[in-house]
Design a protein around this ligand. Sequence first.
Ligand code: ADP
Ligand code: 5GP
Length: 188
Amino acid sequence: MSKGNIYVVSGPSGVGKGTVVKQVVDQNDNVVLSVSATTRSPREGEIDKVHYFFLTKEEFQKKVDEDGFLEHAAYCGNCYGTPKQAVLDKVAEGYDVILEIDIQGGLQILKKLPGAMGIFILPPSYKTLEKRLRGRQSETDEVIQKRLEAAREEIKQSYLYDYFVVNGPLEETVRSVEKIISDNRKEQ
Ligand code: ADP
Ligand code: 5GP
């Protein structure tokens, strides 16, 4: 079996990355999602080790010191990191692995792993982005404002990614991401 590919999927908070990626992973047996570690608190319904490895700041720092992350970054006051060994093992087994991570971490990966590909998910408009963030009802007004400001900066750097997908109607977005993945498989 040939090795799998690594896809970094980034985009502003609330753009719909999680929703899109979940469908892609659920519908494609050869695609798996890397489970990140974070120091933020779980949202309602989030399960430890399924959605994230929820770590204390001390636990997170220990893993940084042990070189246990492929990348890590601070985002809006919390730390996030991609566990290294789990990703490399899955790629070696032939799976395509999606890292749904912020742009700082994404750019670290694209630089460090030249075979990795970046997919940047854009909202149809800033208004739509704000609506989706508010609709999710998981953040306070202050956090939403912070995330909207961060979104403008992230979109400015998105030119460093390989693919751009506008998340309009969900089914179309999912199909676009699936096509990117299957086209790259065919080329191997
Ligand atoms: P992210 O992972 O980028 O922070 P989420 O996947 O949590 O974003 O999505 C944010 C909100 O937008 C959720 O309420 C989700 O249901 C909604 N959403 C995601 N994709 C779409 C879409 N294509 N059209 C309309 N709403 C969407
Ligand atoms: P949230 O708190 O909404 O789950 O995630 C906030 C941001 O952190 C999102 O942009 C998400 O993609 C990003 N993120 C999640 N996991 C990681 C990770 O392992 N590394 C980095 N750099 N960012 C991550």
